[in-house]
Design a protein around this ligand. Structure first.
Ligand SMILES: *[C@@H]1O[C@H](CO)[C@@H](O)[C@H](O)[C@H]1NC(C)=O
Ligand SMILES: *[C@@H]1O[C@H](CO)[C@@H](O)[C@H](O)[C@H]1NC(C)=O
Length: 517
């Protein structure tokens, strides 16, 4: 849960900056560019007379359109002599009907037409000119290129910007079910990678045996990765490509974050301030990255642009460079302590400990209070488990955020509840009423979906935490602790008689709602 929230926050941190830079660029391509402006009158004839058209539906005022405009212009410039591929723009503030016809809901929307006005496909590439060009060029090619000559294949690999996925066919290949799989996967991933099928005898000799085809993922200047999984079906092949295609030490930003997050394996970040630092880190990190491929992803993060992300990882963005491993499954963060300058040795040691399962997570926590100043017990991240899992006590915890309105409104009733137990010697030895500021303290394995979240951990039965969903008044809370707690202490019975009426009135006015995270 917490993790979903992290993705949104991070994505917005990582994209805000890029957008800010776009303000002085134009969304509309200049007249002398190679971007074609289409109108209601010209649209159909242009689309049907060109095999592949990338069409941008846009509005001149939109920020993302302003950023994209110059990228389209330079892509169109690169493609100006290509007969197969054209780039066009439709201004939706002028061509309202045309845009409605394609159900354009946001700007910019990019669609790819293949000689027909019906059923365009959605553009799925990145929005930089080079990516636009290679995406569109691939639209005009078959999904797999057949390249038999060893030299041609080597050249293709050397020139490729993305990894090349190669099917190596031995001369007498007989069972070609895997060929169908390969073509199927190529059809869906053609935008991201180049797919090649080869009968090169050099490759066949090196990578195949027993008349079985081999599958390689090759990056210029690196040894190929060879598919060695079990049976080759589409799911396995796609998964393998996803793992192997990640660079050993890539950079994380708005465009790559999602693919790292979705990999759902630990993500190790090196926050750098300049290229020198990055290069030095790459030297020590790459060997680990190679060995841990598919188990841990390693990335660099440009702290000048995205340093704020450090606090999501319980690290201090002011102390750079920094290194931290985020276990995406447990949401624990393992960072090198920042009391001294980061060294290569620190990085190596943390990675080794993490792999061995011996690293200690950095728990975000306020200091443990020396004395409890209020009747409501102030709980902090570091002391959470010790207090909550005290088998001798029923422990009720309110997980809250300081800004949350519902939390503030229930505070008086909660204090009153705590006071009733605290003022009675026997009750105070059996029941703890606690609160934890979740914005300052991490807790493990507690499902906090909104604020406040109230959970009772019954004495002697700590594996059965009880989530409170009643109304937030003294009576209901007291009833809950009595009913669900192991000690069955009745706080209301501890109440001085004359207070009863007042409390009842208060109870009626309590709202029962959550502030969302
Ligand atoms: C590659 O070789 C195979 C058989 O050896 C042949 O059928 C195919 O046409 C060749 N492809 C190209 C592009 O030369
Ligand atoms: C692989 O499949 C493609 C697409 O169906 C086909 O054109 C090609 O001839 C097949 N190659 C082999 C070696 O079977």
């Amino acid at each position: 849960m917490q993790f979903n929230w992290d993705i949104k926050t991070v994505a917005s941190i990582l994209s805000a900056l890029t957008l800010a830079q776009a303000s002085d660029q134009e969304a509309i391509a200049p007249e002398d560019s190679h971007v074609v402006k289409l109108t209601e009158a010209t649209f159909e004839s242009f689309i049907t007379s060109n095999p592949h058209v990338l069409a941008e539906f846009f509005a001149p005022w939109c920020g993302h359109c302003k950023k994209l405009g110059p990228e389209l212009v330079s892509a169109a410039e690169i493609l100006k002599d290509n007969e197969q591929v054209k780039i066009a723009q439709i201004d939706c503030t002028e061509e309202k009907e045309l845009c409605q016809g394609y159900e354009i809901k946001g700007y910019p929307t990019l669609k790819v037409f293949h000689g027909e006005v019906e059923v365009p496909s959605d553009y799925q590439g990145q929005r930089q000119s080079q990516s636009i060009v290679s995406y569109m060029l691939k639209q005009s090619l078959p999904p797999v290129s057949e390249i038999n000559a060893t030299k041609d294949l080597d050249d293709t690999i050397a020139e490729a910007k993305e990894p090349v996925i190669v099917q190596v066919l031995p001369e007498d290949a007989s069972n070609l079910e895997s060929n169908t799989t390969f073509y199927g996967v190529a059809g869906t991933l053609r935008e991201k990678f180049t797919f090649v099928s080869t009968k090169s005898t050099d490759y066949a000799k090196k990578y195949t045996s027993d008349s079985t085809p081999a599958y390689l993922l090759v990056r210029p200047g690196e040894e190929p990765s060879v598919y060695s999984g079990e049976e080759l079906d589409e799911t396995h092949l796609v998964h393998w490509i996803d793992i192997e295609s990640k660079p050993l030490f890539g950079d994380i930003d708005g465009s790559t974050f999602k693919s790292y997050a979705e990999a759902n394996i630990p993500l190790a970040y090196y926050f750098y301030e300049n290229e020198e630092q990055r290069a030095a880190a790459a030297d020590i990190i790459k060997p680990f990255a190679k060995e841990q491929r598919g188990k841990i992803n390693f990335v660099g993060l440009d702290a000048v642009k995205f340093g704020k992300h450090a606090k999501n990882l319980n690290m201090d963005e002011e102390k750079l460079p920094l290194f931290v491993i985020h276990d995406l499954v447990s949401n624990k963060k393992f960072g090198v302590p920042q009391d001294q300058e980061l060294t290569n040795k620190d990085v190596t040691e943390l990675i080794e400990k993490f792999i061995a399962g011996e690293a200690e997570p950095i728990v975000k926590s306020e200091p443990i209070p020396e004395i409890q100043e209020e009747k409501v017990f102030k709980l902090v991240g570091k002391a959470h488990d010790e207090v909550v899992f005290d088998e001798s006590k029923d422990v009720l915890v309110k997980y809250y955020a300081p800004w949350c309105g519902h939390c503030k409104r229930m505070a008086p009733a909660y204090e009153e509840l705590a006071t009733l137990y605290a003022n009675d010697e026997d009750a105070s030895s059996k029941v703890v009423i606690a609160k934890l500021d979740h914005t300052l303290n991490d807790v493990d394995n507690v499902d906090i979906q909104g604020y406040p979240t109230l959970i009772l951990y019954p004495a002697g039965d700590k594996s059965n935490p009880q989530l409170y969903d009643g109304s937030r008044d003294l009576e209901s809370l007291a009833e809950f602790v009595k009913e669900r707690g192991t000690h069955k202490v009745d706080a209301l019975a501890l109440r001085p008689v004359e207070e009863e009426k007042e409390a009842e009135e208060e109870a009626e006015s309590e709202a029962d709602a959550h502030d969302e995270l």
